[in-house]
Write a protein that binds this ligand. Structure first.
Ligand SMILES: [Zn+2]
Ligand SMILES: [Zn+2]
Length: 319
């Protein structure tokens, strides 16, 4: 049975306070921690039996974890090679997300068919509980988390990495927003980035055997072989953590220049790799006061629910 989220939230669109900062969505909680359930790579272009198994698992995680936000990190309905069916698959997944009973947002994956982007985004935004501000108008946007006092506590950036990272096309909006926000606020607010395709530095750590967690395959960090994206994400020192999807056999993390880079646990039973890495999701808790966070993978293995130990940022960054 699905229990409703206990979150008392307000998801409101605001007019940008300057002409240059785009309007974020705003989520407010009076709780001490903001909980995010990260799901990725549903690949629900698979047979419906597998899709239903995936949906059941996600509903179970939502009922157990009671997230304030479900974040989909791409390759959800897919359909790029079956455009005749893709619109139906997309509608099916949007209905599923809209029926979870809590706010949700998504970053597009390289397989996610969407047709005309503007009408697609309007469709997303009209789906129940969708958190989908216009942002850059091309699938990248910001959610501002506010504490009970009304002060911004975190910025959550969803970035569209496209079919492959392109710099500056996929990063310039983010960079401009971060610079303006810091200038306008006059103080540092921690940020988190969600995107689909890993940045190039993921491959460097797996090559150097410096991963924490499971690294079974090449990360497929398309378009970012020179590591330019991570340079941009870490430049201002405000991004505390990045989570990606895309490589279904990997679930590891590392710290680069004071920023955590991690995988979200692959979720969809219709996606490849389940024989090497059990499907699941990632639970993430953001401290609304200190900027600390912790996360762990939860997964279904031998029909049993399992969870890794929490990885705590206070420990991670002091190691
Ligand atoms: Zn995938
Ligand atoms: Zn992918």
């Amino acid at each position: 049975m699905i229990r409703p989220c206990r979150l008392r939230y307000a998801a409101t669109m605001e007019t940008g306070e300057t002409e240059t900062i785009s309007a974020p969505a705003i989520l407010t909680t009076t709780e001490s921690h903001f909980r995010v359930l990260l799901i990725t790579d549903l690949h629900s272009d698979a047979e419906e039996r597998l899709n239903e198994k995936t949906r059941d698992m996600v509903r179970t995680f939502v009922a157990h974890f009671e997230p304030h936000l479900v974040a989909g990190l791409g390759d959800l309905w897919c359909g790029d090679s079956h455009p005749e069916a893709a619109a139906m698959w997309m509608r099916r997944d949007l209905d599923f997300l809209g029926g979870l009973g809590c706010p949700w947002g998504l970053a597009l994956g390289n397989h996610d068919w969407c047709g005309d982007f503007e009408s697609f985004w309007n469709t997303v935004a009209r789906t129940p509980n969708a958190v989908a501000p216009v942002g850059d108008g091309a699938g990248s946007f910001r959610i501002e988390l506010r504490s009970g006092s009304g002060e911004p506590a975190w910025d959550l950036f969803f970035l569209n990495s496209g079919d492959a990272w392109e710099v500056p096309r996929r990063t310039e909006w983010f960079e401009a927003e971060m610079t303006l926000l810091r200038h306008k606020r006059g103080r540092e607010v921690p940020a988190l980035c969600c995107f689909h395709i890993p940045t190039g530095n993921y491959q460097a750590v797996i090559d150097g055997a410096k991963t924490q967690g499971v690294g079974n395959e090449s990360v497929l960090g398309w378009g970012d072989d020179d590591g330019a994206v991570a340079d941009i994400l870490t430049r201002l020192g405000l991004v505390r953590a990045c989570f990606c999807g895309h490589s279904h056999r990997n679930d590891f993390h590392f710290v680069d220049r004071g920023t955590l880079f991690a995988y979200a646990r692959p979720t969809g039973f219709g996606g490849y790799g389940g024989e090497d890495l059990s499907k699941g999701a990632t639970e993430l808790e953001l401290d609304m006061d200190s900027g600390d966070f912790r996360f762990r993978s939860v997964f279904l293995q031998d029909e049993m629910w399992c969870a890794n130990d929490w990885t705590d940022s206070t420990r991670l960054f002091s190691e």
